[in-house]
Write a protein that binds this ligand. Structure first.
Ligand code: PXP
Length: 241
């Protein structure tokens, strides 16, 4: 079965733009679940630019499907994951200046720390996925450090402009999937996936979980703004002379 986790970080981005209490990602998570999402993904960044500790705590209590916490390997964040115990963590690199997660995690370079974090997560019964480029060295390092799954970075596919480049990126994803399966890793995919580019990736057999955020949150603003405007007009008309 192929599942969709909705990444709701950018619901919190809108809230943080005003340091207000709406829109609440906890409410958004309920809506995603009611629509059939199999999981909710949030990235607790070190700078707390969107999702905050309170969100992860409340989501852990309220999300009935899978809660997938994206996080870097920094110790304070690892401790929060140990305490809150999401169903799964996806380990990502984090650079304070980036707009979004840029590259994959260098699991080969950080193998010692990664193995330690995997061990600590497993001792709390948390599944571990590593967000990596579709690259054999990174897949091997993820398997050797004990990860349960990998999330293949689809950003290079999403950014490919020509048919030739798109074909090349898709074949890299398929090769990575094949290699990961020989290492008994579950294969997820995400980053930059949209309503326009999802079809060829969804056709790749063996990718069993998609993490999609920006495109879904963007669309939700547009498909929902008509009702939101109508509701405000109704209130104004009701209370104005
Ligand atoms: N997967 C990972 C590991 C990510 O860091 C992100 C972005 O937070 C996503 C998936 C979702 O990417 P997008 O917002 O482009 O759908």
């Amino acid at each position: 079965m192929v599942v969709l986790n909705v990444n709701i970080d950018h619901v919190a981005t809108v809230r943080q733009a005003r340091l207000a209490d709406e829109p609440d990602p906890v409410w958004a998570a309920v809506e995603c679940e009611l629509a059939g999402a199999n999981g909710i993904t949030v990235h607790l960044r070190q700078d707390r630019r969107h999702i905050c500790d309170r969100d992860v705590r409340l989501l852990k209590e309220t999300v009935a499907c899978k809660l997938n916490l994206e996080m870097c390997l920094a110790e304070p964040i690892v401790r929060i994951a140990e305490k809150i115990r999401p169903d799964q963590v996806t380990l990502v690199p984090e650079n304070r200046a980036e707009l979004t997660t840029e590259g994959g995690l260098d699991c080969a370079r950080h193998s010692k720390r990664l193995a330690e974090v995997v061990r600590r997560m497993h001792s709390k019964r948390i599944l571990v996925s590593s967000f990596i480029a579709p690259d054999a060295e990174q897949i091997a390092a993820s398997a050797e450090t004990g990860c349960d799954a990998i999330e293949l970075h689809t950003g290079m596919y999403a950014n490919a402009k020509t048919q030739r480049a798109i074909k090349q990126r898709l074949s890299e994803l398929r090769a990575a999937r094949d290699f990961a399966m020989t290492r008994k890793l579950v294969v997820h995919a995400g980053h930059g996936l949209t309503y326009r580019n999802i079809a060829p990736v969804a056709r790749i057999e063996g990718l069993c979980e998609f993490n999609i955020g920006h495109s879904i949150v963007s669309r939700s603003v547009l498909v929902g703004i008509r009702q939101a405007t109508a509701e405000m007009i109704e209130l104004i008309e009701k209370f104005s002379r």
